[in-house]
Design a protein around this ligand. Structure first.
Ligand code: NAD
Ligand code: DAU
Length: 345
């Protein structure tokens, strides 16, 4: 960068969640000069302890706010200043089981919130907007085939339907207003800071406490697992080199049935398979996801660097070496951290 170039500011929504906080850590490592503004409502899934190591950095700003509220989004944009701005939009309600219990919060944040954010960013003017979506918008696969970017959308859960709706809103902003957005659709992530309601951290946490490991249905549902670091690097590539208006599938070439993963975790932890408990299946449970990520490789030169052989043990070690993080999340104590640092929530 020459002396006259202003480093762009990045607005990250949902940066206190699992993938968002991993992405903010990656930015701190790879783009230490960039100003990062993190807009997060700190729902149950938001945890500022995920960003503890970055506290005190003058160029990392946290804005406590809701993407559904124009005034909160305006506050975050004001904190970004007037220079070039890039946006990475992670904020969402993300857990399928919760969406089956109650769909409305998913429509509010994932659909309404995305539109509020799009409107504000369009009025402000941004260099690039990356909308972080999911492979679940494509629906479910049989035993063969993969999702490509041209696979028709057929979401099956309230969560994936709300994400598909948000994808269409982003597409409409591109088509109607020439808004410079890309959409990414990624498969299941795993790694540090994942909320232990999701399969892998839940199984690690339960096994660690010798509690039962609940496996839905026959345990033969297949997901294509991607280490979160790979996902964050893929988002960086899309942010820097993605073509506006394009969709990019991101996946791990790492398909496993749930039961096999649970057995692997038990083996790595030296725990007995008798901890496995088959439970009632998730309603509408998608059978299989698999991602064709060849466009990412062809156009942006990205491919995953990790698979389960390398990154599942890494992930287990991370949870084992952060017992306090896990204990504070499981007990709910992490919810008080914001108040302790910043005053009332
Ligand atoms: P997460 O649930 O761990 O974190 C979501 C974050 O968004 C939290 O910090 C939460 O406080 C914040 N948030 C929620 N509602 C908000 C609102 N109204 N305003 C501001 N902030 C709000 O989610 P995640 O697993 O990190 O997923 C991040 C994104 O990636 C989501 O859009 C999700 O759909 C997508 N995605 C996730 C996966 C996965 O495997 N986890 C895979 C593909 C895509
Ligand atoms: O594919 C990307 C999606 O992956 C993201 O868009 C979602 O935000 C993310 O939550 C994830 O959705 P899944 O529903 O696939 O993830 P989850 O970890 O909830 O479940 C993974 C698989 O494990 C799924 O087949 C259900 C099963 N499962 C899950 C839990 C929590 C169990 O068998 N037992 C469990 O206790």
């Amino acid at each position: 960068m020459n002396a006259t170039t202003v480093p762009p500011t990045l607005l990250v929504t949902g940066g206190a969640g699992f993938i968002g906080s991993n992405f903010v850590h990656l930015l701190a490592e790879q783009r230490p000069d960039a100003r990062v503004v993190n807009l997060d409502a700190l729902t149950y899934a938001g945890n500022l302890e995920n960003l503890r190591e970055l506290e005190g950095r003058a160029n990392h700003v946290f804005v406590h706010g809701d993407i559904c509220k124009s005034a909160d989004v305006a506050r975050a944009l004001a904190a970004c200043g007037k220079g070039p701005l890039q946006v990475v939009h992670f904020a969402a309600e993300s857990h399928v089981d919760r969406s089956i219990q109650s769909g409305l919060p998913f429509v509010e944040t994932n659909v309404v919130g995305t539109q509020v954010l799009l409107d504000a960013c369009r009025a402000r003017g941004v260099e690039r907007f990356v909308h972080v979506s999911t492979d679940e918008v494509y629906g479910s696969l049989g035993t063969s085939g993969m999702f490509t970017e041209d696979t028709p959308l057929a979401p099956n859960s309230p969560y994936s339907a709300s994400k598909a709706a948000s994808d269409f809103l982003v597409r409409a902003a591109v088509h109607t207003h020439g808004f410079p957005a890309c959409i990414t659709r990624c498969s299941n992530n795993y790694g540090p800071y994942q909320f232990p309601e999701k399969l892998i951290p839940l199984m690690i946490a339960n096994a660690g406490e010798n509690k039962e490991l609940p496996v839905y249905g026959d345990g033969m549902n297949v997901r294509d697992w991607l280490y979160v670091r790979d996902h964050c690097e893929a988002i960086q590539a899309v942010l820097e080199r993605g073509r506006p208006g394009e969709v990019y599938n991101i996946g791990g070439h790492n398909e496993y049935p749930n039961l096999e993963i649970v057995r692997l975790i038990l083996k790595l932890l030296g725990k007995p398979e008798s901890l496995i408990r088959f439970v009632k299946d998730r309603p509408g449970h998608d059978r299989r996801y698999a991602i064709d990520a060849s466009k990412m490789e062809r156009e942006l030169g990205w491919r995953p660097r990790y698979d389960f052989v390398t990154a599942l043990p890494l992930t287990i070690r991370w949870y084992q070496s952060h017992p306090e993080w896990l204990q504070r999340v499981r007990s709910g104590a992490y919810r008080d951290y914001y108040a302790a640092q910043y005053g009332a929530r």
